[in-house]
Design a protein around this ligand. Structure first.
Ligand code: GLN
Length: 211
């Protein structure tokens, strides 16, 4: 089983850990550089991107995390995690750090400040056995993507979706996966399993190149 870290500075760390274990991974929480150095992949949970960005600095993790991402470590970001992984965030505080692991521009709190949460069934490419029930909580969306970014899901055109219809809410670029929504909250481990498979594929490739 691959060893996957959950960045444990803020957010629903336990729920992510449980979903990753259900998806076939061993899990540790990551708050220190030596923990970050050990993992085959990392989940960045939701929370508040400004706060997580500050805590990354406080815990001396910002540069080590950037370095591991630049070296190709698989990562999965949910909500605030998506915002942090992005190259650029609109409506973010000017001092917020971007990890730059995903060639996308995201918009924070994109569904509207008054819309605290919103739920919708989404078709996610790579998850072929039925829609994923997506819970959005003060969520960002992906405003635009670079050419090597694969769009995995968009908000469907339903009355509840309103002006959000068609917006990009799940993406993948190589080993980096991100969703606007929180799959860890619904007891459905399929998105986490998808990430575990990405991490496994990365390890196999790594072994092949090493030998
Ligand atoms: N609105 C939060 C932010 O901008 C993200 C919300 C979440 O992660 N659920 O960081």
């Amino acid at each position: 089983r691959p060893l996957i870290g959950v960045l444990a500075l803020q957010g629903d760390v336990r729920e992510h850990a449980a979903a990753l274990e259900a998806g076939g991974a061993d899990v540790i929480t990551v708050r220190r550089q030596r923990e970050l150095a050990e993992v085959d992949g990392l989940v960045l949970p939701g929370g508040e991107s400004t706060t997580i960005s500050r805590l990354l600095e406080t815990f001396d993790l910002l540069d080590p995390l950037r370095a591991r991402l630049a070296a190709g470590m698989p990562a999965y970001g949910s909500c605030a995690g998506l915002i942090l992984l992005a190259e650029k965030a609109l409506d973010a505080r000017p001092d917020q750090h971007q990890l730059g692991a995903l060639d996308v521009i995201v918009r924070r709190n994109a569904f509207g400040r008054q819309v605290d949460s919103f739920e919708e069934d989404l078709l996610v490419s790579g998850i072929d056995d039925g829609p994923v029930h997506a819970v959005f909580i003060r969520a960002p969306w992906v405003e635009s993507c670079g050419p090597t970014v694969e769009v995995l899901a968009r908000v469907p055109d339903t009355p509840a979706a309103g002006a959000a219809a068609g917006r990009i809410v799940a993406v993948r670029q190589g080993n980096v996966l991100a969703t606007s929504f929180h799959p860890e909250l619904t007891g459905d481990a399929r998105v986490h399993r998808l990430f575990v498979d990405v991490v496994r594929g990365d390890r196999v490739r790594g072994r092949t190149t090493d030998s």
